[in-house]
Design a protein around this ligand. Structure first.
Ligand SMILES: Cc1cc2nc3c(=O)[nH]c(=O)nc-3n(C[C@H](O)[C@H](O)[C@H](O)COP(=O)(O)O)c2cc1C
Length: 211
């Protein structure tokens, strides 16, 4: 049944931000917004969209889970041979988008991606449940797979074999070092608040953007 998409709209009334009161360090601001999303018990508070650029210059985007924010940037984990891994290998520039509808907030970030150390990938890999560790081993993420291939049975087989489980060298983390941020807070009458941060000679400069 056809829905009247054109008539779906809402007023954003949950808060505001201003260029004067946003923190000087955008990574701190991001950490605060992620914390508030977690405290608000929104679904998937750490889910972020990451857009990459393929070797034929086509954008690709998908959701991944943020696993750490540190003084350098944002960390997530994946298969380095996946489509996103191949894209990052040819072009490390990525765009991140967080959207927390319940908080009426969005964050856009431009970053440069690089692999984290083997030690950091090991630490996270071995902290995961055993089924997830083996899941990473049996999945050639993003490659075509036979329609009858039974990955669940492979996982059970490997776990029951009691073989030592090792992090594959093709699975690990990326650190996304930010160069630009935009924090968006929905406001009434579409006069939304937008605060952008760009880096000039090492220091973050804040600007207000028109809605
Ligand atoms: C809520 C959610 C969380 C996800 N988290 C991850 C993740 O942390 N790492 C990952 O590799 N894929 C994650 N995925 C799957 C990706 O969206 C994507 O399907 C997969 O990484 C393959 O993408 P690619 O072929 O573009 O590389 C997640 C998907 C959803 C919907």
């Amino acid at each position: 049944m056809e829905k009247e998409l054109a008539n779906i709209r809402k007023e954003y009334l949950k808060g505001s931000i201003s260029v004067d009161t946003m923190p000087e360090n955008p990574l701190e601001a991001l950490q605060t917004w992620v914390n508030q999303a977690i405290e608000s018990e929104v679904e998937e508070p750490t889910a972020m969209n990451i857009a990459t650029i393929s070797s034929d210059k086509f954008p690709n985007s998908r959701v991944v889970l943020l696993k750490e924010i540190n003084s350098e940037g944002l960390v997530f984990f994946t298969n380095y041979k996946s489509q996103k891994g191949q894209d990052i290998a040819t072009n490390p520039n990525v765009a991140i988008n967080f959207f927390w509808p319940e908080l009426e907030r969005q964050v856009r970030i431009h970053c440069v991606a690089s692999k984290v150390s083997d030690l950091d990938s090991d630490t996270y890999f071995y902290s995961r449940p055993k089924t997830s560790q083996v899941g990473a081993i049996v999945s050639a993420q993003s490659a075509e797979i036979g329609k009858d291939e039974d990955l669940e049975s492979k996982i059970t087989e490997i776990i029951e074999s009691n073989l030592e489980i090792k992090r594959p060298e093709y699975w690990g983390g990326y650190i996304l070092v930010p160069e630009y941020f935009e924090f968006w807070h929905g406001r009434a009458s579409r006069i939304h608040d937008r605060v952008a941060y760009s880096k000039t000679t090492g220091a973050w400069i804040k600007k207000r953007l028109s809605p």
